[in-house]
Structure formats: structure tokens, C-alpha cells
Design a protein around this ligand. Structure first.
Ligand code: ADP
Length: 398
């Protein structure tokens, strides 16, 4: 059984082809700059990276390009498209309509379309990918795996905003949370890894990459998470502001004479590590700048780790204590100094790292807490694509 996983963004498509018997990735790669000058398809081939330039104007021609490479004599790994049994899609926003992954039908598509209102940037490219596969691969089963679905178990006290209730009724304005596929994977995987029952554990997951969110998971169910109706709430991120006093937004709009679109661009694209440091949105570059004495990068870095530390404390309180703290995402998996700075001075709540072990862990599953730490602190590399493939397999086999 081979499953193709597609993650269609506004100007990019990432793909992985899984062999589900061996659980191996048999092909992977991505297209960037869709609809822009210089679009290309990039994928590993043996020890090399192949870059094929081409005029890729929209998602359908991008997916056609990918399918062509998968079946090509030179770079292919399958003889014909009929070897692919199903396609799993990352779909960003399922609103209140989806609390789990589903087989895509016309009815499902109509509901995903309805969610465009609350996810105007994310759902349209996801849908474009689904329509393209329908056109190019006919009746192949397609499955939608939603970033928001795992967080549908949050209680209303955690997901409501303190704005008039009528706005929730009118527009479904509430917190949804994202990175659900990752939080679901790492919260379960860490329990398997530690050999403890998922159903009885209180886990705080810190997914920290270019985008980032924390989730409080108890008994395998998300109880709270730091992103909201959109991915801009919560942590300070690469280019997103995270939590901001709502009053500040109207103040900026008035003073700078900008409309909602520009305001949204400011908090999504020009804030966070980039906006504070003026140097970069990339943590590796921020760390280099910190080490060479750049003060604004130091401020951005300190804000970044401080905000995460506060959420760890908040979620420990919300859950009535925690058993396990998990780090994942590009920064959580790789940056030992960031993990150390987040966990510093948290011994009072039972979090104590083994600094030597922490220093050695870059991208591997490992316990990084000291033996006498009450809370286990663990690194678990996330695998959202494998989760999407597993859900797809389960749904098409059912
Ligand atoms: P995305 O949210 O786009 O999926 P990733 O999870 O890939 O992002 O994380 C990207 C971030 O991880 C970048 O800020 C990058 O600098 C950071 N990162 C990757 N490797 C390291 C490392 N060794 N040390 C510090 N930061 C790292």
C-alpha cells in the first residue's frame, strides 16, 4: 500500500510518498514559488539534490509535475500512478465541523469551503490540492487531516474569547488551535517511548519551529493550546507576534493609518523574532547574532524563551500538574540552549534538565531530564506526514 501525502501552501507543495508496509518514505520533495518567477521542484536523489526549474503557475500543474517525476524513468520510484492507493492532505482549518480525519466526499469539500471564511490564507491552497488530485488521479480515495481537529476536545472555558457571545454565534469566533497533528503524534509517542499509559498522563507539548504552539494534553485529549482562531496567537514566533493586547492593534491601525489587511501582514509576517531583532526570523541566525553581541537579537531570543516558559507554567496550573514536557519542531528538537533557557529555574515545579544529556540531543528521541526530575522532559521529533499517512491508511482500509 502506497500513500501520497500532500501539504499544499499558498506558494508551495510538500510531498512524501510512503510505503505503508515498510513504513518507509520512498520519495519526497517540494515545489516552491508557485505562481512566481523562478518556481522549481526540489527533491533528493541518492546523495544529490535535484532542482528542476519550470513555470509552475498553480497547484494543479505543480502536482502534475510531482506525479510526472514519481513515475519518470530517470528519477521515479513507481512505474505507474495506479501504484498509489490513496492521497492524504494536510488541511489547516476544520473549524467546529471536523474533530477527526475524514474521507473526502463532496459533502466534506463543501464544509472545508465553508471554513475558508475563518482561514482565508490556508484553506484555499489545501482545496486546490484536493481538486487537482481529483482531476489528475480520478477516483483515488483522498483523506483530509486537519490541523485543528485534535484541539476540538478543548473545553469551552479554554476556547472562548471574552468578546460578545453573539460574535461567536454569528462568525464562530473562538480559539481552534493548530499543529494538532503534531501535538497528537508527539503526545502519544512520548508515552509509548516512556512506557506509560497515554490515557492517564498529563503532557505539555512544546512544538517550536518557525511557527510554534504549546498544547496541554490530559488523558490523550487536548485541553488547551496557545494558538487561537488563527495561528498568530500565543508564542512569539519567527515572524508572528503571538499574544498582543487587542487594544494595541486598533492603536497601530489608527496611528499608522493602515487597514485590517496591512495590520494582519504586520502581525503575521513582520513581527516575532524578525520584527524585534531586525536580523532574521531563523533561530540559527538569531543565535549567531546573540553570540556576536547583537542586543536586539538577545531581546528577541529572551522574549521567545520567556513566553514559552510562561505557557509551561500556565499549562501546569491548568492541568493540575504535569507528568511530561515534550519538545519538538525544528527548534525544540535541535536547539539544546533554547530548551535549557526555557527550563531554567523550573525546579520548583519539578522540571530539572540533565544539562550534559540535553547538550548532546539534536533531533533524536531522548529523555533530557535529570533522574531526580519529577517531570520527565523528553525530545520527540515530530512526524506530521507519517501521521497523515497513518490516518489515510486507517480510513481507506476501514
Ligand atoms: P516550520 O514551522 O516552518 O515547520 P521548523 O519546524 O522546520 O519550521 O523549524 C524551523 C526553525 O528551526 C528555524 O528557526 C531554524 O533556525 C530552527 N532550527 C533548525 N535547526 C536548528 C538548530 N540546530 N539550532 C537552532 N535552531 C534550529
Amino acid at each position: 500500500m502506497k500513500i501520497l501525502v500532500l501539504n499544499c501552501g499558498s506558494s508551495s507543495i510538500k510531498y512524501k510518498l510512503f510505503d505503508m508496509e515498510s513504513k518507509e518514505v520512498v520519495a519526497q520533495g517540494g515545489i516552491e514559488k508557485i505562481g512566481l518567477k523562478g518556481s522549481f521542484l526540489k527533491f533528493p536523489h541518492g546523495k544529490d539534490k535535484v532542482v528542476l526549474e519550470g513555470e509552475i503557475l498553480e497547484h494543479k500543474s505543480g502536482i502534475e509535475y510531482i506525479l510526472g517525476v514519481l513515475t519518470s524513468e530517470k528519477y521515479g520510484c513507481i512505474k505507474s500512478l495506479s501504484e498509489i492507493n490513496a492521497v492524504g492532505h494536510r488541511v489547516v482549518h476544520g473549524g467546529e465541523k471536523f474533530n477527526k480525519s475524514v474521507l473526502i466526499t463532496d459533502e466534506v469539500l463543501a464544509k472545508v469551503v465553508e471554513c475558508i471564511d475563518i482561514a482565508p490564507l490556508h484553506n484555499p491552497p489545501n482545496l486546490a490540492g484536493i481538486y487537482a488530485v481529483k482531476d489528475l488521479m480520478g477516483d483515488i480515495p483522498q483523506v483530509a487531516v486537519f490541523d485543528t481537529a485534535f484541539h476540538q476536545t478543548m473545553p469551552s472555558k479554554a476556547y472562548m474569547y471574552g468578546v460578545p457571545y453573539s460574535l461567536y454565534e454569528k462568525y464562530a469566533i473562538r480559539r481552534y488551535g493548530f499543529h494538532g497533528t503534531s501535538h497528537r503524534y508527539v503526545s502519544r509517542r512520548v508515552c509509548e517511548f516512556l512506557g506509560v499509559p497515554y490515557e492517564s498522563q498529563k503532557v505539555v507539548c512544546a512544538h517550536i519551529g518557525n511557527g510554534g504552539s504549546l498544547a496541554a494534553v490530559a488523558g490523550g485529549k487536548s485541553q488547551d493550546t496557545s494558538m487561537g482562531m488563527t495561528p498568530v496567537e500565543g508564542l512569539l514566533m519567527g515572524t508572528r507576534a503571538g499574544d498582543v493586547d487587542a487594544g494595541v492593534l486598533s492603536f497601530i491601525m489608527e496611528k499608522e493609518n493602515v487597514g485590517p489587511q496591512t495590520m494582519s501582514t504586520i502581525v503575521n509576517k513582520f513581527s516575532g523574532l524578525l520584527g524585534i531583532s531586525g536580523v532574521s526570523s531563523d533561530m540559527r541566525e538569531i543565535r549567531e547574532a546573540v553570540d556576536s553581541g547583537n542586543e536586539r537579537s538577545k531581546l528577541a531570543y529572551d522574549m521567545f524563551t520567556y513566553r514559552i516558559k510562561k505557557y509551561v507554567g500556565a499549562y501546569a496550573a491548568a492541568l493540575g500538574g504535569i507528568d511530561t514536557l515534550v519538545f519538538t519542531g525544528g527548534i525544540g528538537e535541535n536547539s539544546s540552549i533554547t530548551r535549557e533557557d526555557i527550563c531554567k529555574d523550573l525546579e520548583f515545579m519539578g522540571i530539572k534538565l540533565d544539562l550534559n544529556i540535553n547538550n548532546e540531543i539534536h533531533g533524536d528521541e531522548a529523555i533530557i531530564s535529570a533522574p531526580d526530575s519529577k517531570v520527565k522532559v523528553v525530545v520527540i521529533p515530530t512526524d506530521e506526514e507519517f501521521m497523515i499517512a497513518s490516518d489515510t491508511l486507517a480510513i481507506v482500509s476501514a
